[in-house]
Design a protein around this ligand. Structure first.
Ligand SMILES: Cc1cc2nc3c(=O)[nH]c(=O)nc-3n(C[C@H](O)[C@H](O)[C@H](O)COP(=O)(O)OP(=O)(O)OC[C@H]3O[C@@H](n4cnc5c(N)ncnc54)[C@H](O)[C@@H]3O)c2cc1C
Length: 604
């Protein structure tokens, strides 16, 4: 009979599990799992990002991966905790080629969720803490080269006389996080950014943009924001932080450098990457190519009937910077997600007369509510409880996507009760609200489509007060010289139209730079295959194509909000490092050729 103390139960369970794994006894391992069970693995067993759902899937994975993974040294890390019927325990372990960490959750003595992730590659651990570099060579040396001289030489050589192992296209926060990880792992990497300065990815966005996520969630790897940093970072401040980051982390970062083309040679296993560097054409030959060109692909241009008749200006939100020139003008903003709301507020603040055209219902949640109820592990309170950002990231990653809807639904039930009055007033103002096809709210929409939600930081009050008008529930029939006629016959005057309808999937950038064929073979990014709107089945259980092997050898995608970028940059960096060092990386269930149709991505 099992000991009832959680720590004893967890220790006994892990001991049995370790014995089963070390003796490759799959049946014995399976006996330790519940019928409904999940195992999410980041690289340690699968060299992939995979969630096995159910005992059959766990068994298949173990049979395929145990011979190479050879897990050992499984040890409980810290004190197990209890939450209702669930015991949660952290553990560490080794595989043949890596050190790993994990979290398992037991219910009624058997495993409900298992999470395993790679922490370090054996023999290639980051040189940190006691292993940090000395930074100086004591003694006398007539050929001494200072740090500045060595750094300058490295910058002069890389991409000119010495080829990088890895090229990252795009130099936003994603590329910088990944570049910093690769730097610590000694992987020669060049980042290509078409903008003039690191940080311009944020500076170039509209004037009033302030991050919607709080500071505790937004740290970059290695250099957290200082304690006095504001809760919400203004975009130019973010730009400056990133510029500092690129410099201090010694990233090899080429500005004014646009990647115009790339092709992979199957024989030599090398990319040919064409770069326009401030007018100079340079060809790079890396072994690995990462697309970090934005969480989304190119802007989706709007096709409005009668656009040629319209006298005013039509612009996409990606080209909207400042509402100043629209003072006193009538503006229609199409698309009622984050950008649509932010642009509407900016226009209103600048004295424009704004109508927000809502094409489909939006999930809205008040920022204050979210901060109180949803950021419990990323907060000042969490830090006081010893939950660092690393711990929080692992905890979040340890929850399989399949079980997220349940907790998100419960969260949204609380939110809807708490803010019932707010939602009622918003609907009374003509604004259409939804909470997703399955009532799971904005977070699931973010994973599934990256669109269709707004974290309210002020626009809703303007809508409720009628200062920003809303037109919802009717499509645009056609444009006229002075505005638009809606399908229900209503005419809306507009001197300018700002389209906030979002972006194409990231893989469309591959079509532009590599080829249509490659993009189609690789397929779209993001989305889980939930079968909800814009996230077509089949169910993947993981985000499509992000941070893991794709159907094109040596082509990777990286991106996401600051938190995803921070955590998964490590996972991607370890895969690149392993390939550089010739570590055997047998990928379990590599991506096939058949990929489902592209989900359209709406507003950011
Ligand atoms: C309005 C808005 C508000 C947002 N608010 C938040 C928030 O609060 N918190 C949060 O975490 N995220 C937020 N995001 C999401 C944010 O954009 C992404 O999280 C983030 O920008 C993604 O970083 P990235 O590095 O992947 O892409 P980006 O920051 O978009 O960087 C991509 C870079 O690639 C460059 N590039 C593209 N093609 C090429 C090429 N061919 N050659 C060279 N360079 C190229 C671009 O110039 C760009 O600098 C917001 C996004 C928008 C649009």
């Amino acid at each position: 009979m099992l000991d009832t103390k959680p720590s004893k139960q967890a220790a006994a369970w892990l001991e049995s599990f370790a014995r089963a794994l070390e003796t490759a006894d799959v049946e014995a391992a399976l006996d330790l799992f519940r019928e409904e069970c999940y195992w999410r693995d980041l690289l340690t067993f699968t060299w992939n990002i995979k969630t096995m759902e159910g005992r059959e899937a766990v068994a298949d994975m173990l049979r395929a991966t145990l011979p190479a993974a050879r897990p050992s040294h499984l040890r409980i890390d810290g004190e197990p905790t209890v939450d209702g019927e669930t015991i949660e325990a952290w553990f560490t372990f080794d595989t043949h080629s890596a050190h790993g960490r994990g979290i398992f959750r037991l219910r009624e003595g058997r495993c409900w969720t298992m999470f395993t992730m790679m922490d370090d590659l054996k023999g290639f651990e980051e040189a940190k803490g006691v292993r940090r570099p000395l930074g100086v060579q004591h003694g006398a040396d007539p050929d001494r080269r200072t740090w500045t001289e060595a750094r300058r030489r490295e910058q002069q050589e890389l991409g000119r006389t010495r080829q990088p192992f890895c090229v990252i296209i795009g130099g936003g926060q994603g590329a910088m996080a990944l570049g910093a990880r690769l730097k610590q792992l000694d992987v020669p990497t060049l980042i290509l950014e078409k903008n003039e300065r690191p940080g311009d990815s944020w500076r170039n966005r509209y004037r009033t943009l302030v991050l919607h996520d709080p500071v505790w969630y937004d740290h970059m790897p290695y250099i957290p924001f200082p304690e006095h940093w504001p809760v919400f970072t203004p975009k130019d401040k973010m730009g400056d932080w990133l510029e500092m980051y690129a410099k201090v982390m010694e990233l090899d970062y080429w500005t004014s450098s646009e990647c115009v083309r790339a092709a992979f040679d199957d024989e030599t296993k090398t990319w040919t990457v064409e770069v326009d560097r401030d007018g100079e054409r340079i060809v790079l030959e890396p072994k690995q190519l990462v697309f970090a060109t934005g969480a989304y692909g190119p802007p989706r241009e709007i096709d409005l009937p009668g656009a040629d008749d319209f006298d005013g200006e039509i612009l996409h939100s990606s080209r909207y910077f400042d509402g100043d020139r629209f003072r006193g003008k009538a503006c229609a903003v199409i698309g009622a997600a984050s950008s649509g709301h932010d642009v509407s507020v900016d226009l209103w603040e600048r004295g424009a007369d704004v109508t927000l055209i809502q094409r489909s219902p939006t999930t809205v949640v008040k920022s204050d509510t979210l901060m109180e109820l949803a950021f419990d592990v990323y907060s000042e309170h969490a830090i006081e409880r010893g939950i660092t950002v690393d711990i929080a990231d692992i905890k979040v990653a340890s929850t399989p996507f399949a079980v997220l809807p349940e907790s998100q639904k419960a969260l949204y039930e609380t939110i809807r009760t708490r803010d019932a009055d707010f939602y009622e007033r918003l609907q009374d103002a003509g604004f259409a609200i939804d909470f997703g096809d399955d009532e799971t709210g904005h977070m699931m929409k973010a994973y599934r489509t990256g669109s269709g939600y707004y974290i309210d930081v002020g626009a809703c009050d303007l809508i409720i007060e009628g200062k920003i008008r809303v037109k919802s529930g009717s499509g645009i029939a056609r444009l006229t010289r002075s505005g638009m006629v809606m399908e229900d016959g209503e005419e809306i005057r507009a001197d300018a139209i700002v389209s906030c309808i979002g972006y194409h999937s990231m893989h469309e950038t591959v079509a532009r730079i590599v080829s249509r064929e490659t993009a189609d073979r690789v397929g779209p990014c993001w989305g889980l295959g939930s079968g909800t709107k814009h996230d077509p089945e089949p169910w993947h259980g993981e985000l499509r194509n992000m941070w893991k092997p794709t159907a094109q050898e040596a082509l990777w995608f990286h991106g996401g909000n600051l938190a995803l970028s921070r955590f998964y940059s490590k996972i991607l960096a370890l895969q690149l490092k392993a390939r550089m060092e010739g570590v055997d990386t047998p990928v379990y269930q590599p991506p096939g050729d058949a990929v489902s149709a592209s989900p359209s991505l709406n507003a950011a």
